[in-house]
Design a protein around this ligand. Structure first.
Ligand code: WT7
Length: 648
């Protein structure tokens, strides 16, 4: 196994070296109050905290509080406190879908836009604690809307712009949100996305379910024709003119919620992950500074979408809290061609670049020349997130993109964790391709077997975290019971991540992927249960089982076993119909890759679907099906094998 030892250049630039990492880490876990009490001061508090950590993972009493008696405003930390020292510095550097379009927003300008949007929200009746839903393209107004909510103490819920009207409606209902911020249309890869039309449909669906949306604030992005509902719909460019540019930030408690973000789990509907204000911001800003070795003046680019947690913590909150210039990209990696990312790097002199393995694999396929035609000389740090990175992609990223000059930080974390938990630190951590390496400060990972026995030494197991860190989610929105059930009931007194991992002889961590019924498609999380319920909602489908299988580009693909209603025939046409049905129900990211029509599914005598068998068949690995003796009808398996859709 290759190890890339920290290079001298990285050490010289880095804020932390290996020794300091170890000293800080040891203190962070032996004296969390002392450690975080000190580092909590990196943000501005209105009323300073006197207590630091107050957390319990005890069964029946999952209770997580950090800096509890402190007060602050997250938006003021991201904007106002920088005005004096860096008011004219660029805060958001926006690169449009069209390579000819870009703009720079300074902290002063950001302050004005956000204050105006906050006042528009107030004018429409939004108060502290109200939920504001966003359904936005990657334009600066998406960040304005998040920060404006934070400024007035409202709780934002960002819904990825690629989700369907149904999915958006479910999230509006879930958060009982009566205010929606969207745009006329999005623009990606030269194609428009009908956001306002989708939003209208979602509002209709939500209304039928009892959740009326009374304000839709619309940003004009493309100028395309959109339906309009007088009284409810408001153009942002008009509303901003009639409000004041001054909006004093609301004083919030550390544990007041900052945002809800819906994410898929192994069962049921997506959960509303709740993050609060103080601990979240301390953690997001601290990880942003040390993981990316961020220095004043660096141009930082994270290619995620604000619809995902990465966009929250590492496009908006972390970087802006640190006074960084954060680049926001509207487009896609392969438009106009697969060299776009590296052109943008040169154009804006990007120093820190953070993306997903799926993008790296796709660009890898387009050839070296697309990369080397850009100089990339400003790059200093490269990062990845979202799924395990295969060593081949890691090496390509390191050698071709970074010319072996830039350390790669493979950052492992989750929507639930708020920020990065396991990662190298440039200048401090020797790298091993494919390993997320070491825990960040305050993070105590542990491996357990399926019975919960702690595994020591170099071994493999289920990844748990044994104590709280400030960025941890606090609850599932309005369902604390589900919070405990999902994360703290499989193994008592610890947080279960849902991931499997290995720890090697050097104590390095290697994340192997989900061990629950969640699949990771191009770095996006998909609950197999969600795809199944979308499928059975089709009137020709009686039953469905969905599993993941290894996919060269996407990491995992979506494989669906579908049992049809009596009298229905499977056909390619029906396959297409089902694919488009699932896209309509959830969104294009849930598109099934393979559909196998199955007269019946393998079940135990008690009626439980044996997914282990379905996974093996989907992987074309049916030589090792394991024990099938508990099947109610073992004959089912032969038919499944004969008709498998993934023959190698
Ligand atoms: C799941 C969380 C956190 C932002 C993006 C995804 C997988 C994430 C890595 C990594 C291996 C990773 C895990 C995790 N994952 N980063 N560096 N190496 N796997 O957030 O949608 O909440 O998904 O993504 O399986 O549980 P998410």
């Amino acid at each position: 196994m290759t190890t890339i030892t920290v290079k001298d250049e990285w050490k010289q630039r880095a804020k932390l070296d290996a020794e300091t990492y170890q000293t800080w880490y040891d203190r962070s876990v032996s004296d969390p109050d002392g450690f975080w009490g000190e580092h909590g001061k990196r943000i501005d508090w209105i009323k300073p905290y006197s207590t630091v950590k107050n957390t319990s993972y005890a069964p029946g009493n999952i209770d997580i509080r950090w800096f509890e008696d402190g007060t602050l405003n997250v938006c003021a930390n991201c904007i106002d406190r920088h005005l004096e020292s860096r008011g004219d510095q660029v805060a958001i550097l926006w690169e449009g879908d069209d390579p000819k379009e870009s703009k720079a927003i300074t902290f002063k300008e950001l302050h004005e836009e956000v204050s105006r949007m906050a006042n528009v929200l107030k004018e429409r009746g939004v108060k502290k604690g109200d939920r504001v839903t966003l359904y936005m393209p990657m334009i600066p107004e998406a960040a304005y809307a998040m920060l404006a909510s934070a400024r007035i103490g409202a709780v934002h819920s960002v819904v990825f712009g690629g989700f369907s009207p149904d999915a958006l409606a479910g999230r509006l209902e879930g958060a009982s949100s009566s205010v929606l911020i969207t745009a006329d249309e999005g623009l990606r890869g030269g194609k428009t996305v009908p956001l306002k039309k989708n939003a209208d449909k979602a509002c209709e669906i939500a209304k039928k379910a009892g959740q009326e949306v009374t304000t839709v604030l619309v940003v004009k992005r493309t100028g395309g024709d959109v339906p309009w509902s007088e009284g409810r719909d408001v153009w942002w460019h008009e509303a901003r003119e009639s409000v004041s540019a001054d909006c004093p930030p609301e004083e919030m408690k550390a544990e007041d919620p900052l945002f809800i973000l819906y994410t898929s789990g192994s069962t049921g509907k997506p959960k509303g992950v709740v993050h609060t204000s103080g601990g979240y911001l301390v953690y997001a800003s601290m990880t942003h500074e040390y993981v990316f070795d961020y220095h004043d003046g660096d141009i930082y680019w994270c290619t995620a979408d604000v619809g995902w947690v990465t966009g929250h913590s590492y496009i908006v909150y972390g970087p802006l809290a640190n006074g960084a210039t954060t680049l926001m990209f509207e487009g896609v990696p392969n438009y106009p061609d697969a060299g776009r990312m590296w052109e943008v790097v040169d154009k804006h002199k990007v120093n820190i670049f953070y993306t997903a393995p799926t993008a790296i694999r796709a660009l890898m396929g387009a050839g070296k020349e697309k990369v080397t035609r850009a100089s990339r000389e400003t790059l200093k740090i490269l990062g990845t997130v979202g799924e395990p990175i295969n060593p081949e992609a890691w090496n390509w990223y390191y050698k071709v993109v970074g010319d072996e000059r830039c350390p790669i930080v493979d950052t492992w974390w989750q929507t639930e964790t708020g920020g990065i938990l396991i990662t190298p630190l440039p200048g401090a951590t020797d790298l091993k391709p494919g390993s997320a390496t070491r825990p960040f400060f305050g993070v105590k990972p542990q491996l357990v077997d399926n019975e919960g026995n702690v595994q020591e030494g170099a071994t493999e197991g289920n990844l748990c975290i044994t104590d709280s860190w400030p960025g941890q989610m606090r609850t599932v929105y309005q369902d604390h019971e589900r919070f405990e059930q999902t994360y703290f009931s499989t193994y008592k007194n610890k947080y279960f991540t849902g991931d499997g991992a290995k720890r090697d002889e050097d104590g390095y961590w290697w994340i192997t992927g989900r061990v629950d019924d969640v699949i990771n498609v191009s770095g996006h999380r998909m609950g197999t249960a969600e795809v199944e319920s979308a499928l059975v909602a089709h009137d020709k489908v009686s039953e469905a089982a969905v599993v993941g299988y290894p996919h060269d580009m996407k990491g995992q693909g979506i494989y669906c076993y579908v049992t049809l209603m009596e009298g229905e025939e499977g056909s390619d046409e029906l396959r297409k119909e089902l694919v488009s049905h699932v896209r309509n129900e959830i969104g294009p990211i849930a598109s099934p890759d393979k559909i196998q029509f199955a007269p019946s599914l393998p079940k135990t005598r008690s009626g439980k679907i044996m997914r282990r068998i379905l996974r093996k068949i989907a992987e074309d690995d049916f030589g090792s099906l394991g024990d099938t003796s508990t099947l109610a009808d073992p004959g089912v398996v032969d038919d499944l094998i004969d008709n498998r859709q993934n023959k190698k």
